[in-house]
Design a protein around this ligand. Structure first.
Ligand SMILES: Cc1cc2nc3c(=O)[nH]c(=O)nc-3n(C[C@H](O)[C@H](O)[C@H](O)COP(=O)(O)OP(=O)(O)OC[C@H]3O[C@@H](n4cnc5c(N)ncnc54)[C@H](O)[C@@H]3O)c2cc1C
Ligand code: SF4
Length: 532
């Protein structure tokens, strides 16, 4: 496909099924395409501005979706599948999925719609509404890019007062026979987290393999130019754009991860280092969420690496836990808790998100590094998201909904089913403990232990008051003071509250005053408004 002029396959005169393929459903094996008959059916895809503007999306995120969609469309046409594709810049583009679909229904008069369950509640509702307006049946099919179904998760959750990753993860290990020795976990343990908590030490990371990156081809270059002009005022840059946007590229990225990074994935899973965006992480979340990869093949490749003696069990279990455990768990939470989940705010946090989250212009070295890298690549690894950007907004007391919009906008892997529970539940404790057993709170000393950020910072993580006090440390104690009554009900917070008990009243008052002063300084300025 050159100049993005889609070659076309003739559309049947009478359309039986209009098969909707969304931007995060780019797999020829997807359930929506099962039983596809090119003599009667048509694939429907649309690029619409709404998907890049309903949250203030970064350029990398917009570009990765558009480029992957265009590559997938090209592949469909090469294989002879009739396709009705609307490009962002097409005349008459109606701007939203719902309006664009209505237009196509009028034009093609299908007898029914077929759709794999979308990853976003909002999208599902809007497409369902169109189907019902036009009195069209919609055949909604399970998304097979997960080990479990939402029904299975709902069954697991039924009657439980608390949901915990560990129980769900073990159930799935049993059911799918992954890393099992009969009925027992391989190596006699379900969890090797204790082996997976190293920092890099003074010398820093050594000989980290370069990440699998892909030089943009003609399609990607065209998308980059389009995004740069159409979304010029959106955050981030595209000069480093190099994400896998086809299945072949995603498979190469998977192979490279297994061969080069997996053996040290576990050991350095929580470690951070200034200027080192990639470390030993897989960088596969985007390919997984676009469905260029199936989690089954990713887990299988990791398990094989263990059996071949290529990677230790702790690393392989740690990696598989992220995919078979966390990925399945957050999806179950999203679909069993929506719609109310979006509004939850258990800590009554009401502050605005500081404006510099969109630019990285702050003197806090850890935040500057994590945000700059995010805007440059659309990527930050888990501990940067949880214990740098997420921790700071939690301690500052930012509205979980504002934090959610930032995370949904800036990462290339952000789709609401995975982003929302991670942000609102795990990172901001907005669901009051449904997802995580306690708030992930720590002082600047945690960041000091796990990185070299504090060395290059004007603040001191050991200080909670005074001119060089680390804002994390001040806000950490302030958080415990502000939420002491609520947190006392949580036995897992006992040790942290015991330490708080050692602070006398003058010390508490000084911390509260310093936290208030810091908060005043972070009020947002000139935050950009979403463009139309
Ligand atoms: C506040 C916050 C927001 C997040 N938003 C997203 C998001 O929008 N999209 C997203 O895919 N992940 C999100 N995560 C989870 C995690 O941070 C990313 O999946 C991970 O950083 C992606 O990088 P990677 O592919 O190198 O992951 P690796 O560290 O290599 O992990 C391997 C894979 O495991 C899966 N995984 C790991 N952790 C999680 C998790 N907590 N939940 C679900 N899957 C997980 C991903 O598919 C990932 O590719 C978020 C985490 C936090 C704390
Ligand atoms: S001193 Fe505080 S603000 Fe500075 S890098 Fe360390 S944790 Fe971050």
């Amino acid at each position: 496909m050159t100049d993005m002029q889609l070659r076309s396959v003739p559309v049947p005169e009478k359309v039986r099924h209009l098969v909707i393929v969304l931007g995060d459903q780019l797999d020829l094996q997807s359930s929506a395409l099962e039983g596809f008959d090119p003599m009667q059916d048509v694939v429907w895809m649309a690029e619409v501005a709404e998907e890049s503007t309903h949250v203030w999306s970064a350029k990398q995120r917009i570009a990765v979706f558009l480029s992957a969609m265009r590559h997938f469309a090209d592949d469909l046409v090469t294989r002879g599948l009739p396709l009705h594709y609307t490009r962002l810049e097409d005349d008459g583009n109606r701007g939203t999925l719902a309006l664009q679909l209505e237009e196509s229904i009028r034009q093609l008069q299908p007898a029914a719609l077929v759709l794999t369950a979308p990853g976003d509640w909002r999208v599902l509702q809007s497409l369902r509404a169109v189907a019902s307006q036009h009195q069209l049946a919609i055949d909604l099919r399970d998304d097979t890019h997960f080990f479990s179904t939402v029904r299975e998760f709902a069954e697991h959750a039924k009657g439980r007062k608390q949901l915990r990753l560990e129980y769900w993860y073990r159930e799935l290990r049993h059911k799918h026979g992954i890393l099992m020795d009969g009925k027992q976990p391989l190596g006699g343990q379900w969890n090797f987290d204790a082996d997976n908590r190293e920092s890099f030490g003074k010398a820093g990371p050594q000989n980290v393999p370069p990440p699998a990156r892909f030089v943009p081809d003609a399609i990607s270059r065209e998308v980059i130019a389009l995004v740069d002009s159409r979304f010029a005022d959106h955050p981030g840059t595209l000069h480093s754009f190099a994400w896998p946007v086809t299945r072949d590229q995603a498979l190469l990225a998977l192979q490279a991860f297994i061969a080069q990074r997996l053996p040290l994935f576990g050991l350095y899973e929580d470690a951070m280092w200034s200027g080192e965006a990639w470390l030993y992480h897989s960088h596969l979340s985007c390919a997984l969420n676009l469905k260029l990869l199936n989690p089954r093949e990713v887990v299988q490749a990791a398990e094989q690496a263990y059996h071949a003696g290529h990677a230790p069990l702790a690393a392989v279990e740690g990696f598989i836990r992220q995919i078979l455990g966390w990925r399945e768990y957050v999806r179950g939470i999203y679909w069993t808790q929506m719609l109310g989940y979006l509004e939850r705010n258990a800590l009554n946090s009401e502050a605005e998100l500081p404006g510099w989250y969109w630019t990285g212009e702050t003197d806090m070295a850890c935040l500057k590094d994590a945000i700059t890298q995010t805007l440059e690549h659309g990527y930050a690894h888990h501990i940067q998201r949880l214990m740098v950007t997420g921790l700071y907004s939690l301690l500052l007391g930012v509205k979980p909904q504002a934090v959610h919009q930032w995370y949904l906008g800036v990462y290339v892997d952000a789709v609401e089913w995975v982003e929302l529970p991670n942000t609102l539940g795990m990172s901001q404790f907005g669901d009051g403990g449904l997802m995580a057993s306690k708030p992930y709170v720590a002082s600047g000393k945690y960041i000091q232990r796990m990185s070299n950020y504090c060395k290059g910072c004007r603040y001191d993580p050991a200080q909670s008051t005074g001119a060089s006090a680390c804002p994390y440390t001040t806000l950490y104690w302030d958080f415990l003071i502000r939420h002491e009554t609520l947190l006392k009900k949580n036995p897992r917070m006992a040790m942290q509250l015991k330490n708080l008990g050692r602070l006398d009243q003058p010390a508490r008052a000084a911390i509260s005053a310093q936290a208030t002063a810091h908060r005043q300084l972070q009020l947002p300025t000139d935050q950009p408004e979403p463009s139309a």
